[in-house]
Write a protein that binds this ligand. Structure first.
Ligand SMILES: Nc1ncnc2c1ncn2[C@@H]1O[C@H](COP(=O)(O)OP(=O)(O)O)[C@@H](O)[C@H]1O
Ligand SMILES: [Mg+2]
Length: 231
């Protein structure tokens, strides 16, 4: 059990059916990044991945989040081998079920916060939850141009944009890299609250052990393997 900002979260039991599961993952570029990795994300679970730069964390995140077919192994989503699905189906999963947050946000710069969130709302056919705006402290930026917001505000908008579509799985690649620590915690807590509320899953790559410690499960990607870490 781990103590958190909003109560006690239990580590999801391994008897629960995973939201997504990968078996025997391997991938190489100039050198092998990892081999034979098994990982599952269960309902309510938040997994943090630590590891030095170049160890393959982002590559693993891309593989699990529909963006990259692994050299070997399978990603199983809703009982199906994700990368054996037709492109159209994979795109639909990416659009509807999966939220991906990067360190540098890809917001539409000439537009306001509201317009950026509306695009996501339109694509996903989901309403913008006013509570989400409050939690991320961006209500007052709704009519401001993205380019005029601080880096921290922009990152919070990019997280709101992902949460607006109500994904069941969130993949975040060093999402707090540009934020000060306090804002970083607030942002992480919004994501954790969200996945606990909907019984979804979070997979987050971070350098910050304190942030990792807020998650239910922590691994270090090291020497081509995922090693469980107790923080
Ligand atoms: N698309 C790519 N083409 C060639 N090499 C890549 C590509 N993506 C990543 N790499 C290389 O793979 C290694 C691991 O990258 P990455 O997964 O981004 O690691 P991390 O996120 O842990 O820093 C790095 O050496 C990187 O240069
Ligand atoms: Mg990376």
């Amino acid at each position: 059990m781990q103590e958190s900002h909003s109560g006690t979260f239990s580590v999801p039991s391994s008897s629960q059916k995973p939201l997504i599961e990968a078996k025997g993952l391997g991938h190489a570029y100039d050198y092998p990044l990892f081999e034979n990795i098994d990982i599952a994300i269960r309902p309510g679970e938040s997994i943090a991945i630590l590891g030095i730069s170049g160890s393959g964390k982002s590559t693993l995140l891309h593989i699990l989040s529909t963006l990259l077919k692994p050299d070997s192994g399978k990603v199983i989503y809703q009982g199906q081998d994700m990368y054996a699905l037709p492109d159209k189906k994979l795109l639909e999963i990416r659009r509807k079920d999966i939220g991906i947050i990067f360190q540098s946000h890809y917001l539409f710069k000439g537009f306001t916060t509201q317009e950026n969130l509306e695009i996501s709302s339109l694509i996903s056919e989901k309403k913008i939850d006013p509570d989400l705006l409050k939690k991320l402290k961006i209500e007052d930026t709704m009519h401001k141009n993205i380019a005029l917001l601080s880096g921290g505000q922009q990152q919070r908008v990019s997280i709101a944009r992902v949460l607006v579509k109500k994904p069941s799985l969130i993949f975040a690649d060093e999402p707090t890299g540009n934020l000060d620590r306090e804002t970083a915690y607030e942002v992480i807590d919004v994501m954790l609250d969200y996945i606990h509320k909907i019984n979804g899953g979070l997979f987050i790559v971070t350098h910050d052990e304190k942030i990792a410690a807020r998650c239910t499960t922590v691994y270090r990607l090291k020497e081509r393997r995922l090693i469980p870490v107790i923080l």
